[in-house]
Design a protein around this ligand. Structure first.
Ligand SMILES: *Cc1c(COP(=O)(O)O)cnc(C)c1O
Length: 295
């Protein structure tokens, strides 16, 4: 699959290129398309009643799963973190879209959600897990990593650095697996959990690094600096970034390079992993708190 690459700018003698996974022709865009690709094939083979997965009320993964199910004629179920959302689905454009794509939503308390990997979880929600093709929260499993490894193409050997945002680590693991010997993979954490150990456990390639400095306080947290960076980026380069993943990564890349803390080569390929579906919901929350919005 051909994906566009845009030259962004030269900064402190580094050349920045953006791989536009957010613009792929498939209806499900970004890395969630990559992560679901082989899972959808497997789900069809498995001949399960439905796909079941997990996520927060603004999750890109829930959205992508619902849309993929709709397009492929597979029933989907989403376990949503926070039972308060049952009464206010309308406050989340993500959940509204999930419902429109035919996803059955099951709302559970935050405590119950934490138990989702325990046996007792299924008793609490009164479902039989063997009836479903289950995809973990965030969509990361071995098939997802395989899908993400296809984000890199042979001709990408000309870049010496590859950058991506990191949530559950599936995307960076895919890139690490398919990167060439001369390439360094730099991940930018979107949350404060230390994923380094988990990625380490799955890969023997040491040519990667995880930057934890640009989480902006944690998952889905932000500040005015980040919002103005995202808005300026759009004005300057005509590229929309999202506030959860790609905005934090690009903020970090620009900050490190301008402050001479970039040690990894001059030709940088940056993966725009998508996430634009979340902007409307993000802005709704910002307005409620009286904070600035993404324009
Ligand atoms: C989910 C997501 C990520 C993180 O991917 P992981 O494989 O969970 O690390 C990055 N960017 C966007 C836009 C995402 O939706």
């Amino acid at each position: 699959m051909r994906v566009r690459t845009d030259f962004i700018c030269e900064l402190n003698q580094k050349k920045l290129w953006l791989r536009r996974e957010d613009l792929i022709k498939e209806e499900v865009k970004g890395n969630k398309f990559r992560k679901l690709k082989y899972n959808l094939i497997e789900a069809k083979k498995f001949n399960s009643n439905a796909i079941l997965t997990f996520g927060g009320a603004f999750s890109n993964h829930l959205y992508a799963t619902a849309l993929s199910g709709y397009l492929n004629g597979i029933k989907t179920y989403g376990i949503v973190r926070g039972n308060e959302w049952e009464e206010k689905i309308k406050d989340s454009p993500t959940l509204v879209n999930c419902v429109n794509y035919g996803m059955g939503l099951i709302f559970v308390s935050r405590e119950t959600f934490k138990k989702k990997n325990d046996r007792e979880f299924w008793g609490i929600i009164k479902l039989n897990p063997s009836k479903f093709y289950i995809i973990p929260e965030g969509g990361t499993n071995e098939l997802a990593v395989k899908g993400c490894s296809e984000m890199l193409e042979k001709k990408d050997k000309i870049y010496d650095v590859l950058c991506c945002p990191v949530g559950t680590g599936g995307t960076i693991r895919g890139l690490i697996n398919s990167s060439a010997i001369n390439q360094k993979v730099i991940g930018f954490s979107a949350l404060n959990n230390n994923l380094k150990l988990d990625i380490d456990r799955h890969t023997d390639n040491k040519k990667w690094e995880l930057i934890n400095k640009y989480t902006f306080g944690g998952y889905a947290k932000s500040n005015n600096d980040l919002i103005s960076f995202i808005n300026n980026f759009r004005k300057r380069f005509d590229v929309q970034l999202d506030p959860i993943y790609t905005g934090k990564m690009l903020y970090g890349i620009f900050d490190l390079i301008t402050n001479n803390h970039w040690y990894w080569g001059r030709n940088i390929l940056i993966f725009h992993t998508g996430g634009k579906q979340g902007i409307e919901g993000f802005n709704k929350r910002q307005i409620k708190k009286g904070l600035s919005c993404i324009i």
